[in-house]
Design a protein around this ligand. Structure first.
Ligand code: NAP
Ligand code: MG
Length: 478
């Protein structure tokens, strides 16, 4: 195989003007938190502090919810849907105009490769705003009755793995349906949401329609427990999702949850193996494996396991890990020390329980948080690495002999977010997909997203759908 030397190709960070400190975005303006609390956000590739960010307490959350309520009762609630759409179109256009700035900022704060923030996160975020802008004046034809109404004020809590994209998934359908929002970004990745707040000012979105309260888990708890919300939308861990469900039980607040996953990526013996290798790599090593729908369990038919694993190992040896801002980089930094610890601990449990670890030669940078691409063979269904979400670049490989066995093993998980099927036969793909208990099943591809396509889980992966016509339902009183 030819081996190329790669000269560094770093994207300049000059396009991003970081401020030393950021306030809360409430009622259209950046404001200080009531008790003056702040926290630091760091670049996970260097551990450099990027900025001090305001930490919202209950009083700030209350102010944000009140602003959202005023906007809902006032200007936003009274606005004609076609006018609402214009704001969403403007946001989408500005995201495209400022795409490079958003991509660099996202890679700085999150640690993901610029190739991914530039080619996936930012364009998809813009696409979501474009898509839902188109729905704003067509809600009567969305299939939820002749006169669907917005719910009111939505509280939205998002994780750190796709900070801007998750903000777009939450805000775009909510606003298109006529709701107002209070968004809580993750503690380790608040900066792209705050840049989005600047975009909202740039497009003259009326004050209070979107409010952004930064902070840690406590801020999220305060938002969810506020009592003045008509709707809560949460993306994050199953554990926190369950807490939120308990908090809201018995209230009139509607809830949708997008939680964890442990997806099976099933490779049948008739699959195009080289194509499957690319799909497996994209399925688990995209975004350092910090992906709720990651294809973290590879189920490969026994008769092709050996050649497939050989090709997979060859391919993994070519992945380049390092500076997220380098355009050559395939694998960036793990988002936080805490996440690295969790990945390290789960991988160690794989060793201890008898699976066989394989890692390519992969020097790690001295500073920052890194984990090399990792593959475990000899994995049994009872191993923790086959059951628990690792949320890192670690693939657990299991084998099967018959299609029935593949389906039973794939479904043997408390989760049900996504799955992949690789086969040359359409009938086999359909047979398998019908039997998989997963919200999304990809055929001969993986981790493919489109704003028109609904996404969401079964079982402990949550309920409700985001994306597509279906994504509107969560924000309509239909
Ligand atoms: P997490 O701890 O559940 O955090 C998610 C968000 O909730 C963060 O903003 C977090 O704030 C906040 N939060 C924490 N405790 C809270 C509480 N008690 N009440 C309200 N909000 C609270 O999850 P994570 O570790 O950041 O993210 C990884 C998880 O998210 C994985 O399990 C992954 O599968 C899941 N995920 C799912 C999807 C999906 O679409 N299904 C997408 C992405 C990620 P802080 O960050 O400040 O702690
Ligand atoms: Mg950060």
């Amino acid at each position: 195989m030819p081996v190329f030397d790669y000269a560094p190709a770093p994207e300049s960070r000059d396009i991003v003007a970081l401020r030393p400190g950021y306030g809360l975005f409430v009622d259209g303006a950046f404001t200080e938190p009531a008790d003056g609390g702040t926290f630091k956000t760091v670049n996970p590739a260097t551990e450099e502090v990027l900025a001090e960010v305001a930490e919202a307490g209950p009083a700030d959350v209350d102010r944000a919810v009140a602003a959202a309520r005023r906007a809902f009762d006032g200007v936003w609630g009274r606005m004609r849907p076609a006018e609402r759409a214009k704001y969403l179109f403007r946001v989408a256009r500005v995201l495209q105009e400022r795409a490079r700035e958003f991509a660099v900022l996202e890679s700085l704060d999150n640690g993901k490769p610029i190739r991914e923030s530039r080619d996936v996160d930012v364009p998809l975020a813009a696409a979501h705003f474009f898509y839902y802008a188109g729905w704003a004046d067509k809600l009567r034809w969305a299939g939820f009755g002749g006169d669907p109404r917005p719910l009111g004020v939505a509280g939205q809590v998002i994780p750190w793995n796709f900070p801007l994209l998750m903000a777009a998934w939450k805000l775009a359908p909510a606003l298109a349906a006529g709701n107002t929002c209070v968004l809580k970004p993750a503690e380790t990745t608040p900066l792209s949401a705050l840049l989005l707040a600047e975009v909202l000012q740039q497009v003259d979105l009326p004050p209070g329609v979107v409010n952004i309260v930064t902070g840690a888990g406590g801020t999220g708890r305060a938002l969810v427990a506020h009592g003045g919300l008509d709707k809560v939308a949460f993306t994050g861990s199953t554990e926190v999702g369950k807490q939120i469900q308990r908090t809201l039980a018995g209230t009139r607040t509607k809830l949708t949850l997008e939680l964890g996953g442990k997806a099976a990526n099933i490779v049948f013996d008739d699959a195009p193996l080289d194509q499957a290798v690319e799909g497996i790599v994209n399925g688990i090593f995209f975004n350092q494996g910090h992906v709720c729908c990651a294809g973290s369990r590879l189920l490969v038919q026994e008769s092709v396991a050996e050649p497939l694993l050989e090709r997979l190992k060859q391919r993994l040896a070519t992945l380049r890990l390092g500076d997220p801002l380098d355009k050559n980089t395939d694998i960036g930094a793990v988002n936080s020390a805490a996440q690295l610890e969790r990945i390290t601990e789960l991988a160690a449990s794989g060793d201890a329980e008898g699976a066989v670890r394989w890692q390519p030669e992969c020097p790690l940078p001295d500073r920052g948080w890194w984990f090399p691409p990792t593959l475990f063979t000899g994995v049994s269904q009872s191993h923790r690495i086959a059951r628990e979400e690792i949320f890192g670049p670690v693939l657990s490989v299991l084998t099967f002999r018959t299609p029935d066995e593949a389906v039973v093993k794939a479904n043997n998980t408390p989760y049900g977010l996504s799955a992949g099927v690789w086969s040359e036969k359409g009938s086999r793909i359909l047979w398998t997909a019908q039997r998989l208990r997963a919200g999304v099943v990809w055929a001969n591809t993986f981790n493919r997203f489109d704003p028109a396509s609904p996404f969401g889980g079964y079982k402990e992966s949550g309920f409700g759908r985001e994306g597509g016509r279906h994504g509107l339902e969560a924000y309509l009183d239909a």
